[in-house]
Design a protein around this ligand. Structure first.
Ligand code: UD1
Ligand code: MG
Length: 457
């Protein structure tokens, strides 16, 4: 089999994005565009992948890690110049080289595989992946000869009025015979409107040398979207979102309103889980089976067990067990561990706290910097007083403890096993195991006070 290589172009700044963030690092459904491309390219099992980096080189490198080799393009002189930077890694090689832009996040392995197959079967020196675009504005156009053969690609900015009416576009993905590619790159000039060395010019160069160049038109135009500005970014996001949601549904997840459900590329969801409208699942979130999530919940980087319900709530960077009930209107802040069968109810905020199995904070509480054991009941309005304005302190509530309503637990403090805290207490000393602590003013009733007051008046 022919050796296969890939060059991913990712050195550009992306001026049209008008952003501090380099273009290929802009996320689509939570994953950077260039990562989407590398993920799909990696599945092709190539001999070598070389990513061309320039703007944000170190960031792109740390994003992709060892999934690619790198070549630095110090000055962004155009896409042909970018590919040339891979000479040290590729120039000597024999085989097929796939070139793909880092700003086409929707392209799939299947489409690239079909392109490679077509290229190798037709024995062409170059094959362009093309698509029919209803609105081809901005793309390079495929100019064909009268016999239908590809003649050249003309960039939108360089195209004549007539050429601009062509709706067959260059998707920016190509296959080349590696040796033909590198010898042609040397001949590319920058005599064009943008003063850049255009990779598409290689097509005309090879054609003029009498080589076979061909085009492979994909039916899947949506996959070929090149993201140059935020409008296209939103389009890519929408298409990717539909693709992700569809895959979850195929896998057995119920999504009540897919057009209103936002799931990151790296989220994993078990079967028979239902995602209700307005829900956003971000980062590397993992949700088990038979859960109900939403409506209107935001979950980021959480691991959630099975048969758990999270309603109208926010949870970040935490682990949440099975058969847990959260919400409505709860906030689970980072570094929290919620064990199985826990209940975190309305208007409860949890921060950097662990809850043992079966514990409950059902209403209106703040539990921060705390270790809550198993089968603990935190009554309505239980508050951990964890902050003195400078430092944070820990509250420990041991198994089986019962904290009455509206109690302040001033940390550092420990409530012992099976201990009771009377409602309305402000606790600033440890409570021993099995004890009852009452820390509030004793009630005095003044008999007939109201009557006496009235008679005075
Ligand atoms: C490019 C193609 C165009 C095609 C379109 C498809 C050229 C000249 N034009 O246009 O025919 O229809 O893609 O989306 O190739 N890059 C570098 N170094 C550079 C310049 C660019 O690495 O010096 C990278 C960019 O980071 C980007 C990719 O190459 O990922 C494409 O560059 P971009 O400026 O987006 O080209 P388009 O104008 O979209
Ligand atoms: Mg582009």
């Amino acid at each position: 089999m022919t050796n296969r290589y890939a060059v991913v172009l990712a050195a550009g700044q992306g001026t049209r994005m008008k952003s501090k963030l380099y273009k290929v690092l802009h996320p689509v459904c939570g994953k950077s565009m260039v990562e989407h491309v590398i993920d799909q390219v990696s599945a092709l099992e190539l001999h070598k992948i070389v990513t061309i980096i320039g703007f944000g080189a170190e960031l792109v490198k740390s994003t992709l890690g060892d999934r690619s080799e790198y070549a630095l393009q110090e000055e962004q002189l155009g896409t042909a110049h970018a590919v040339m930077q891979a000479s040290p890694q590729l120039k000597q090689e024999k085989g097929t080289t796939l070139v793909i832009c880092g700003d086409t996040p929707l392209i799939t392995t299947e489409t690239m595989e079909a392109l490679l197959k077509h290229h190798e079967e037709t024995n062409a020196k170059a094959t362009i992946l093309t698509a029919h675009a209803e609105d081809p504005t901005g793309y390079g156009r495929i100019i064909r000869q009268s016999n239908g053969d590809v003649k050249r690609i003309v960039e939108h900015k360089d195209a004549s009025e007539e050429e601009r009416t062509v709706k067959e576009i260059n998707t920016g993905t190509y296959c080349f015979d590696n040796e033909a590619l590198f010898q042609a790159l040397d001949k590319v000039s920058n005599d064009n409107v943008q003063g850049e060395y255009y990779l598409p010019d290689v097509i005309e160069i090879l054609k003029n040398e009498g080589e076979t160049v061909s085009a492979f038109q994909t039916e899947r135009f949506a996959e070929t979207l090149g993201v140059n500005d935020r409008v296209a970014l939103a389009q890519a996001e929408k298409t990717m979102r539909e693709r992700i949601n569809r895959q979850h549904m195929v896998n057995g997840v119920t999504i009540i309103d897919p057009s209103n459900t936002y799931i990151s590329a790296e989220t994993i969801i078990g079967s028979d889980t239902t995602i209700l409208p307005g829900t956003t699942l971000l980062g590397k979130t993992e949700i088990g089976t038979d859960c109900i999530i939403g409506p209107n919940s935001e979950i980021k980087d959480c691991r959630i067990g099975n048969q758990t319900t999270i309603r109208q709530s926010v949870a970040h960077n935490s682990s949440i067990g099975s058969e847990v009930a959260i919400g409505p209107f709860a906030h689970i802040r980072p570094d929290s561990q919620i064990s199985d069968e826990v209940k975190i109810g309305n208007f409860v905020e949890v921060k950097k706290a662990s809850f043992g199995k079966g514990s409950k904070a059902s209403h209106l509480s703040y539990i921060g910097d705390a270790k809550v054991g198993a089968d603990v009941n935190l009554g309505c309005g239980s508050i951990t007083v964890n902050y003195d304005g400078k430092r944070k302190f820990e509250t420990i509530i041991e198994d089986g403890a019962f904290v009455g309503c509206n109690s302040n637990l001033i940390a550092p403090v420990t409530i012992g096993k099976n201990a009771y805290v009377a409602a309305g207490s402000t606790i600033n000393n440890n409570v021993p195991e099995e004890a009852l602590s009452i820390a509030r003013a004793r009630q005095t009733n003044k008999e007939n006070y109201a009557k006496r007051l009235k008679s005075k008046e």
